[in-house]
Design a protein around this ligand. Structure first.
Ligand code: CUV
Ligand code: SF4
Length: 623
C-alpha cells in the first residue's frame, strides 16, 4: 500500500476516490506499481533482449559483465531493436484503429452498416479529391466506396508513398526523401520494422532507427490521419461545444453509462441509443431521470469533440471512477483499458461490457459489435444498463463537475480566426503569441497524476504560448479550468488579448490520440503560410506523463515531422549512449528536430520556452 504522504494526484476527485477505493479494499494501479518496486534496471535502460530463445540476454551497463547477447548483439543494437518494436506496436495500434473505420466506410457504401452514415459530405469529397477519386456527378455512397478502397491500398504495398504525405509542406517532403524515410505503405512499414528487428536482420542501430522514423511517419501521415479523417466523414467535423468534466459528471438520478477505449465506431452508436425515446421511456419506468453517457480516455475525447459529451476522467481515473458505485455500465472497445477493471467492477454493481473481436478482458461480458449489427447491439446493451440501475447500492460522487469547451478541429480554429490562419500568424509575428505547443499523451503512476500536464500548461500560457492538447492531457487541463473563456486570466497579456478577442480559451482541445494528426495539419498550414518548413516554426510537442507504445510512435512522428518534442518519463534507451545522443541532438541534423527529456514540468517549461525563442530568432522575429 502507498505511504499516506505520497501525493498520487493533484485532482480532488482522484484523491477522494482513491480514499474510497482503499476503504472498499480495491487494489489500484498505484498499489501494483508499488508492488513492482524496484523495477528491472536492465529493462529500464533498454538493455534486456528476449527477441529469440538463445536468450533472454542482458548487457551489463557497468562494463564488467557481458557486453553482447548470445547472438552477438551489443547495447546499441539491443536498445535500437527494443525502441523500434515499441514504435511498430504503437503504429500498429493507431493504424488498426484507422483500418476499422475504413471498413465501416466501405460497409456503408455497400449498404451493410445500418445506423452509420456519411455525416460530412464536404469532407468526404475533400478526401476523395486528395485520393484522386472522381467526385463529379457521383453520389456520396459510391464515392465513399472508392475512397475506402483507395485508403485500403495505402495500407498495402502497391504505392510508392502513403497518400496523405503530400499534405506536408514540400520542404518537409524533401527532407524525408533525402533521408529515405518517406513512408510507402502503412502496414508495410510496421511489418518491415518487425522483420528488421528479428534476430539476424538489421544490425546497424542507425538504419534501424531510420526505419523507426519511417514507421512512425506511416502512422502520423497514414493510419492515424486516416482514422481522424474517416471519423470526421462518418461522425462530423468537430466544432467547439460546451461540456463538463471530472467524476462529478456522473448523475445520481440517471442511468450512468461510461464508454472507455478509443474507437468512436462503438461509442457513437451507444450515444445514439442513449437518446432513443423508447429506452428513455424504459429508464423512466424503472425510476431513472434519464440516461447519462460519459467518456473516459480517448473514445470519450472522440464523443466530446463531436457531441460535447462529458468526460469522467483520464487514464489513471479509469479504475477510480468505478469506485463511485454510480457506474451502471462500462463499455469498452480497445487500447489503454487496464485488465484490472473487471475485478474492480466486481466489488460494485457495475456491468462491464467488451465489444471488440480483438480485445477481451477478465471479468467482462463480451458482446461483439460489427458494422452490420452495431445499431441493434447498442440498443440491447443500453437496455441492460438501464435494468442494472435498480441494483445500485450506496453512491459516492465526490465533486461537482467543471465546465469546459472542447471540439477544436483545424477547420474550426481557422473559422474562429475568420477564415485564414493570418490572424494567428500576425499574432506570432508581433510576439503577442510567442509560439504554440501541443501537449499530448497519457498518465503514468510514476508521476503525480495530472501534475505534469497542468504545471507545464500553466507555465506556457502565462508566458504567451498557445497550448493545444489531446488525449489524457485534455481531460487534465479541462479539470484544471483552463478550458473556459475566462481562463484567459491565467494567460500572459498577449495571449490573453488574442484569445479574449476571439472568445476562445488559451488551451484548445484538439481531440483524441489519433487526432494528434490535427496538429500535423495545423503546423503544415502555418509553415505553408510562412513559406518555411515545420522545423522552422516556434512550436513544440510535449508528452509530460506518457506511458504507452502509441505515445512513443506519436513522439517519433512529431520529431520526424520537424516538431521538437519534450518527454517527461525517459524512454528505455539510456543503455546506449549513441542512441541517447542521436535522439537528443543528432536528429537535428537529420530532420531538424530532437527529443528533450525532462521529468520536472517546471524545468520542461523553461526548455520549451528557450526552444521557441530560438526558433523565433531563426525566423528573424523580434529582430
Ligand atoms: Ni489514446 S494512449 S492513456 S487513452 S493518452 Fe490516454 Fe488516449 Fe495515452 Fe491511452
Ligand atoms: Fe539474446 Fe540476441 Fe536472442 Fe536477443 S536476439 S535474446 S540478444 S541471442
Amino acid at each position: 500500500m502507498l505511504t499516506p504522504d505520497k501525493q498520487i494526484s493533484i485532482t480532488s476527485d482522484g484523491i477522494k476516490l482513491l480514499k474510497k477505493a482503499k476503504e472498499d479494499n480495491i487494489e489500484t494501479v498505484w498499489d501494483r506499481h508499488d508492488a513492482q518496486q524496484p523495477q528491472c534496471g536492465f529493462c529500464e535502460m533498454g538493455l534486456s533482449c528476449r527477441i529469440c530463445i538463445m536468450g533472454p540476454c542482458r548487457i551489463d551497463p557497468f562494463g564488467e559483465g557481458p557486453q553482447t547477447g548470445v547472438c552477438g548483439a551489443d547495447a546499441d543494437i539491443i536498445v535500437a531493436r527494443n525502441l523500434c518494436r515499441m514504435i511498430a506496436a504503437g503504429a500498429a495500434a493507431h493504424s488498426d484503429h484507422g483500418r476499422d473505420l475504413v471498413e465501416v466506410l466501405e460497409a456503408i457504401s455497400e449498404g451493410k452498416a445500418p445506423g452509420y452514415k456519411i455525416r460530412d459530405e464536404a469532407k468526404l469529397k475533400l478526401l476523395a479529391g486528395e485520393y484522386g477519386v472522381e467526385t463529379k456527378d457521383r453520389d456520396a455512397l459510391s464515392i465513399a466506396g472508392d475512397l475506402a478502397h483507395s485508403m485500403m491500398e495505402d495500407y498495402g504495398m502497391r504505392r510508392k508513398k502513403v497518400n496523405l504525405v503530400s499534405r506536408a509542406p514540400i520542404q518537409r517532403q524533401k527532407v524525408w526523401e533525402k533521408v529515405g524515410i518517406t513512408p510507402r505503405g502503412i502496414d508495410r512499414e510496421t511489418s518491415e520494422m518487425m522483420h528488421r528487428t528479428h534476430m539476424g536482420v538489421d544490425n546497424n542501430w542507425q538504419s534501424l532507427l531510420l526505419q523507426g522514423l519511417r514507421n512512425a511517419l506511416s502512422d502520423g501521415w497514414g493510419g492515424s490521419m486516416i482514422a481522424t479523417e474517416v471519423s470526421d466523414i462518418l461522425f462530423g467535423v468537430p466544432s467547439p461545444k460546451p461540456t463538463m468534466v471530472n467524476a462529478g459528471v456522473l448523475k445520481e438520478d440517471q442511468v450512468n453509462i461510461v464508454v472507455h477505449g478509443h474507437n468512436p465506431v462503438v461509442s457513437e452508436m451507444i450515444s445514439l441509443a442513449c437518446q432513443s425515446p423508447e429506452l428513455l421511456e424504459k429508464a423512466k419506468k424503472l425510476g431513472a431521470n434519464g440516461i447519462n453517457i460519459a467518456g473516459v480516455c480517448c473514445t470519450g475525447n472522440e464523443l466530446l469533440m463531436r457531441r460535447g459529451i462529458q468526460m469522467a476522467g483520464n487514464h489513471l481515473m479509469t479504475e477510480l471512477i468505478l469506485s463511485t458505485g454510480a457506474v451502471d455500465m462500462m463499455i469498452v472497445d480497445y487500447q489503454c483499458i487496464m485488465p484490472s477493471i473487471g475485478k474492480v467492477a466486481s466489488s460494485y454493481h457495475t456491468r462491464m461490457i467488451s465489444t471488440s473481436d480483438k480485445a477481451k478482458f477478465p471479468g467482462m461480458e463480451h458482446h461483439e459489435f460489427h458494422p452490420d449489427n452495431a445499431q441493434k447491439k447498442a440498443m440491447t446493451i443500453v437496455e441492460m444498463a438501464i435494468e442494472n440501475f435498480a441494483n445500485r447500492k450506496e453512491l459516492f460522487i465526490p465533486v461537482k463537475p467543471q465546465e469546459a469547451v472542447g471540439g477544436f478541429s483545424v477547420e474550426t480554429i481557422i473559422n474562429a480566426l475568420g477564415g485564414t490562419a493570418d490572424p494567428l500568424i500576425d499574432a506570432i509575428k508581433q510576439g503577442k503569441i510567442r509560439g504554440a505547443v501541443g501537449i499530448v499523451g497519457c498518465n503514468n503512476p510514476k508521476i503525480t497524476h495530472d501534475y505534469g500536464h497542468v504545471t507545464l500548461t500553466r507555465r506556457l500560457i502565462e508566458n504567451d504560448i498557445l497550448v493545444v492538447d489531446t488525449g489524457c492531457v485534455s481531460v487534465a487541463n479541462a479539470k484544471a479550468g483552463f478550458k473556459v473563456p475566462s481562463a484567459i486570466e491565467m494567460a500572459g497579456p498577449g495571449l490573453k488579448e488574442i484569445c479574449g478577442a476571439l472568445g476562445i480559451p488559451p488551451v484548445l482541445h484538439l481531440g483524441s490520440c489519433v487526432d494528434n494528426v490535427r496538429i500535423l495539419v495545423l503546423v503544415s498550414a502555418l509553415a505553408n503560410a510562412l513559406g518555411v518548413d515545420i522545423s522552422d516554426l516556434p512550436v513544440a510537442g510535449s508528452a509530460p506523463e506518457w506511458y504507452s507504445e502509441k505515445a512513443v510512435t506519436i513522439g517519433v512522428y512529431c520529431v520526424a515531422s520537424g516538431i521538437t518534442t519534450h518527454l517527461g518519463p525517459m524512454p528505455p534507451v539510456t543503455g546506449s549512449k549513441n542512441i541517447v545522443e542521436l535522439l537528443t541532438s543528432g536528429l537535428d541534423d537529420v530532420v531538424g528536430a530532437t527529443f528533450k527529456v525532462e521529468p520536472d514540468p517546471e524545468k520542461a517549461a523553461l526548455l520549451i520556452r528557450h526552444h521557441i525563442e530560438k526558433k523565433r530568432a531563426g525566423l528573424g522575429l523580434d529582430a
